[in-house]
Design a protein around this ligand. Sequence first.
Ligand SMILES: NC(=O)c1ccc[n+]([C@@H]2O[C@H](COP(=O)([O-])OP(=O)(O)OC[C@H]3O[C@@H](n4cnc5c(N)ncnc54)[C@H](OP(=O)(O)O)[C@@H]3O)[C@@H](O)[C@H]2O)c1
Length: 218
Amino acid sequence: MEIHGSVALVTGANRGLGKAYAEALVAAGAKVYGGARNPDSVTSDGVIPVQLDVTDAEQVAKAAAELTDVNLVVNNAGVGVLATPLTANIDDARQIMEVNYLGLLRVSQAFGPQLAGGALVNVLSVASFRPLLTLSTYSATKAAAWSITTALREELADTLVVGVHAGFIDTDLAAAVPPENKIPPAQVVEATLEALRAGETEVLADDISRLAKAALVA
Ligand SMILES: NC(=O)c1ccc[n+]([C@@H]2O[C@H](COP(=O)([O-])OP(=O)(O)OC[C@H]3O[C@@H](n4cnc5c(N)ncnc54)[C@H](OP(=O)(O)O)[C@@H]3O)[C@@H](O)[C@H]2O)c1
């Protein structure tokens, strides 16, 4: 798809990977709406702040009703929590599913019908392919999000549906991870923009994602 001249909505655009997506899309010539729970926290030049908590059905419906020019959605908003299966707090596990899986699905439902000829980018993870023990409930949300992304690709036949997989990225979410084990957000963003331009449906942004996908296929 042509990014220059497209109209994008990025969820969770106020910091981390979402901020990097929003700024790169502006630089590539797109009009960009930056969704955030607190729109005042969207401060990037050229990004139009929009109040958007992906767990709030009314806010998502209102955004879709108002932003009728959007033809590219980046479902980026996400949360993480450290939890093994046996020690996970069930309320926390439900909440993370609300954001990472149901929030992504809610935004996809609201905007999907207007994306024909455009694209839906879902930010997934290497954890979609293989759970990490200490991030087990997070991994489950990313496996669910990968599954619904595949189904969305079938249903939104005229829309490029892209799944983005990466290991640790240098953002607040991975603050505890040593620097040598993280990639910069720009690496994920650049790989995604390349995939959009080339019409590719899957981004494997780093070696660990490529290895995990290959092991799954094998
Ligand atoms: N960092 C990694 O290692 C890594 C690896 C693979 C995939 N990912 C994925 O990359 C995406 C971005 O994460 P990040 O690394 O940039 O993390 P981050 O720096 O913690 O940013 C998370 C973003 O999501 C937003 N968010 C959280 N709950 C929300 C909600 N209910 N509605 C709307 N926005 C919400 C946050 O907004 P607030 O400021 O309001 O909290 C923030 O903008 C996530 O989907 C994550 O799972 C991250």
